[in-house]
Write a protein that binds this ligand. Sequence first.
Ligand code: SF4
Length: 413
Amino acid sequence: MVSRFSHSALSSFRSCPRKFKFQYIEKPTVPKRVTPDTYLGQVVHRVLSNLYNLGADGIVLPLEEVIAQYDKDWDKLNPLAITTISEHYTVDDYVRLGREMLTKHYERYQPFNQNTLLGTELRLTFQLPETPFKLLAIIDRLTKLEDGTVQICDYKTGKRPSLPSAPAFRYQMGIYQLAVQSSWPDYQSIELVQHFLRQDEIIRHRMSPDDLDLLGEDLRTQIYEIYQAEKLDDFPPRETGLCNYCEYIELCPAKRHRLLLESQDVDEISDLPPEKRAWDLSSQYIEVSQKYGELKALRESLKVDIVELARESRFTSMEGQGGKVNISLARKEKLVTKSEDQKAFADLSFLARELGLDDYFVLDGRALMKEIIQKQRLNEEGLEKLRKFVARKEESRVTVKLDKNDDTAHGDE
Ligand code: SF4
């Protein structure tokens, strides 16, 4: 049972519940995969944390030393653990990008003591209000401005700056604000700041108490969903383009079969291990499904022609090879449905409530028709109001009677 949730854990559950289960519940031992962009983010964060901690004490490292420290961190990375993320970028490109980000940031913000530093890489655990749930926030940098405003700063090394309206910003920075407010209730004025280092851009935002209440509601719902998933052991895989970078891909139920097949030639598998049987059964199922879809479409089109001909010829039964086709055409009074006319349906719902017919209406529009219109359960005035929503419709039904007395019914309306 997960007892503490971070922004990353919740985001992992939102993007792929199965990955969340691997990452936070099962925790299997898997080869460590590092993408160069993830590693770039980690190194840049470490370097900036060091710079600001030293800057707060009046020490400013020369830029060359900062870059040397950064390069040294890259040297520690095992090249075999790197998973390439793009065919166009080499690891050297990521190293260069990081140097450029740090240089721009250094030139703009040295001597790194503009505001009072309250901490870097702060780990704050707090309880989500009115719940037993604990949340963890890891804040890149917390500072206090002269006017008392507390800034929660987060560094981003990715390609695209996001917007405060984006869900990712709201969840991540909102959780940070809840964490800071819970740890220091006296901090009243809080600003959320994201530094996009690659673009040398900053976005600033303030979340209102209403925004935070709504966020709290969302977080509660998400955590309940996770508990529910744990209770039912229901963590479905959700495949996306990012699966290739998922470190659990070889264990993933959605990917494992393909990976097993890729590692061997399916035609050469003589005994019947599950992967071969899965291939055979899936192949047959796909073939039958394709044929079934084509036949279904053909049957629908024949049915339209048969109904048309039945109207013209007034045949209610047509002989054919192997049996006969029976057609019944009936005119019925029906209430408007939501799919036919949303506005009329809303008016009808309102009228049903006004006439005290909610129960029939909610249960079944047909029950309402039967009870109220056909059995005349309403006075004339009520009936008159309701009749506006009744239309006459033709219902057609086409059934097949086989010569061997084998009935197959299909088709209606
Ligand atoms: S490979 Fe894709 S679907 Fe499977 S666990 Fe990872 S992210 Fe989810």
